[in-house]
Design a protein around this ligand. Structure first.
Ligand SMILES: NC(=O)c1ccc[n+]([C@@H]2O[C@H](COP(=O)([O-])OP(=O)(O)OC[C@H]3O[C@@H](n4cnc5c(N)ncnc54)[C@H](OP(=O)(O)O)[C@@H]3O)[C@@H](O)[C@H]2O)c1
Length: 339
């Protein structure tokens, strides 16, 4: 079988194709024939050297895949050959509080990921993909979509009539726009591009703010777009360089959900700004298996169509990573595996 590995972590040229034996599933394991893999910013950050967890070299990249069961090991009761499945981002987080080794076990940084023609995993590390969802669309769900789902599922979760602020037009944010609209929320979305702003409006965003033109976009959101009230939830993917504006935008009693680290500048957070926001700050790590199953149920039946910017062939995987790096995309980038 063909398998990609990052032989070193110095740049995209370290992504190389290997010929390897198809693995044999052992007791409790399944062999998945992979049809599609989607990229997330973290897959890139591992090779750029700015990922938040330590990353080993020589691993197969990517956490998100869709495929079919090709064979099952002894004692497997959950699956049979031909079943359509997708990966779970955290292979051993089934629900409740995350276990301690969560960050060290992530695909592509802590263990081999899914950018391969076949992969063996535990029967518990996958969930069923509905018949109405294509492999390409299914491959977008394990990380970005589940993260957006978790962000909007706080305590209490987002409800109709509330206001959600999303940042940029990457995978997590576009799913957050779509899910927030499904829930009946008003969506304020930022972007640095007029072209992408039109796409956001097409997806249902009620207001679009160009953060490249309005430096104090968080203040603007609060004063000009919410009548001084502030938003109920900020889906915070920018990180250290955006969180201060997110704290300006949020309402007292609202929530800033800490997700990403797309920015490199880190001016720090003033204690009185944080306290004065009156907001809850919640850091999330994608979500557990139960969250992914809930999300798949919501997507199945055509309620939500993942936005796929471009599908690349397996031979063009490096070009897919380069496309993500260029950040011209809106939503997800997918690599089709096999014929
Ligand atoms: N903690 C978790 O559970 C979790 C889960 C998933 C992802 N993440 C993290 O969340 C972040 C987003 O991931 P992703 O895969 O959605 O990324 P992505 O698809 O690569 O997002 C790229 C987009 O982000 C936007 N962006 C960049 N800098 C920005 C800024 N200063 N302000 C607002 N938007 C900005 C740009 O949108 P425009 O071109 O429209 O400006 C850009 O096109 C990453 O840091 C990722 O590692 C964390």
């Amino acid at each position: 079988m063909k398998t990609y590995r990052f032989d070193a972590l110095t740049g995209l040229d370290d992504l190389t194709l290997h010929d390897e034996a198809v693995p044999v599933p052992q007791r409790g394991e399944v062999l998945v024939r992979i049809h599609a893999v989607s990229l997330n910013y973290r897959d890139l950050s591992v090779v750029l050297g700015n990922y938040v967890h330590a990353a080993a070299t020589g691993l197969v990249p990517c956490s998100d895949a869709a495929g079919e069961i090709a064979a099952v090991g002894e004692g497997v009761t959950a699956w049979k050959p031909g079943d359509r499945v997708i990966s779970t981002f955290h292979p051993r987080w089934f629900g409740g509080r995350p276990h301690r080794s969560l960050g060290a076990e992530v695909y592509g940084s802590g263990q081999d990921g899914w950018l391969s023609e076949y992969k063996v995993c535990s029967q518990e590390a996958i969930v069923a993909l509905g018949k109405g969802v294509s492999y390409e669309a299914g491959s977008t769900l394990p990380c970005a979509a589940t993260t957006a789902w978790s962000a909007l599922s706080g305590n209490p979760p987002i409800r109709a009539g509330q206001t959600v602020l999303t940042l940029g037009t990457g995978g997590v944010s576009v799913f957050a726009v779509q899910l927030a609209k499904l829930l009946g929320a008003t969506v304020i979305a930022t972007t640095s591009s007029a072209r992408k702003g039109e796409i956001l409006r097409g997806l249902g965003a009620d207001h679009v703010v160009n953060y490249a033109e309005i430096a104090e976009w968080g203040v603007h959101v609060k004063k000009a777009l919410t009548g001084g009230m502030g938003v109920d939830c900020v889906v915070e993917v920018g990180g250290p360089g955006t969180v201060n504006q997110s704290l300006h935008a949020v309402r007292w009693g609202g929530e800033v959900v800490l997700i990403g680290f797309l920015t490199t500048e880190n001016p720090g957070i003033d204690y009185f700004h944080l306290k004065g926001s009156g907001a809850t700050v919640r850091a999330i790590g994608v979500g557990d298996r139960a969250a992914l199953q809930d999300l798949v149920r919501a997507v199945d039946g055509g309620r939500l169509q993942p936005v796929i910017d471009k599908v690349f062939g397996f031979a063009d995987a490096k070009a897919a990573f380069a496309h993500l790096h260029a950040a011209k995309h809106v939503g997800k980038i997918v690599i089709k595996v096999g014929g």
